[in-house]
Design a binder for this molecule. Structure first.
Ligand SMILES: Cc1cc2nc3c(=O)[nH]c(=O)nc-3n(C[C@H](O)[C@H](O)[C@H](O)COP(=O)(O)O)c2cc1C
Length: 172
């Protein structure tokens, strides 16, 4: 079976930035959050928080502090992944933990037939500070990535990005 025909949600995942006007069911948002919290984390510390944003004023506010987030105009909901280093046992791993949670969310979105995209926030200071202010985040909580969710209004094909040169067997 060719990759393009694959139904594997990991290989099929693409950034979807156009959405229909249809709302995203709360049960689907819940499944996306369950996927996020099922991610592996260093020492199983799970140093994360998730903000579900549906308020139009807030979503518009995010677009003012994030230059590449215009798809928020169309998305009915977005989930902000935040890290909390004070919850860490093993210092410095929170970024990787939050990245694993974010990727899990994107994969679950594919499973649910939703469109989603990873919007990078951390470590760009203006975006971190802008979101901290907009959403009243406590000092110990750092916004990491935002994931808009919607029903896809564009179709993206899977791309085979396997590159043999980047694979090294038993040393360089
Ligand atoms: C850390 C990170 C930050 C990203 N930030 C943005 C962003 O700010 N805006 C955006 O439209 N896409 C963003 N993306 C999505 C990438 O542009 C996208 O994953 C890449 O072009 C590959 O395309 P694909 O996701 O369709 O496979 C980001 C992805 C990652 C992993």
């Amino acid at each position: 079976m060719s990759l393009a025909m694959s139904k594997d949600p990991v290989l099929e995942r693409r950034s979807v930035r156009r959405y229909t006007a249809e709302d995203v069911d709360e049960r689907d948002v819940r499944k996306v959050l369950e996927a996020a919290m099922a991610a592996p984390s260093a020492g199983n510390e799970r140093p994360w928080h998730f903000l579900v944003l549906r308020d139009r004023g807030l979503l518009d506010g995010v677009m003012k502090v994030h230059p590449y987030a215009q798809m928020l105009k169309q998305s009915p909901v977005a989930v902000l992944v935040c890290g909390d280093p004070t919850l860490e046992k093993y210092k410095g791993f929170w970024v990787q933990d939050c990245a694993a949670a974010t990727e899990n969310m994107l994969i679950m979105a594919v499973q649910l037939g939703l469109g989603a995209v990873w919007l990078g926030i951390y470590p760009i200071e203006e975006r971190v500070d802008g979101l901290r202010q907009l959403l009243g985040l406590p000092e110990n909580v750092t916004p990491f990535a935002l994931v808009p969710l919607g029903h896809p209004a564009e179709e993206k094909r899977a791309i085979d990005r396997y590159v043999e040169d980047r694979v090294h067997q038993d040393g360089w």
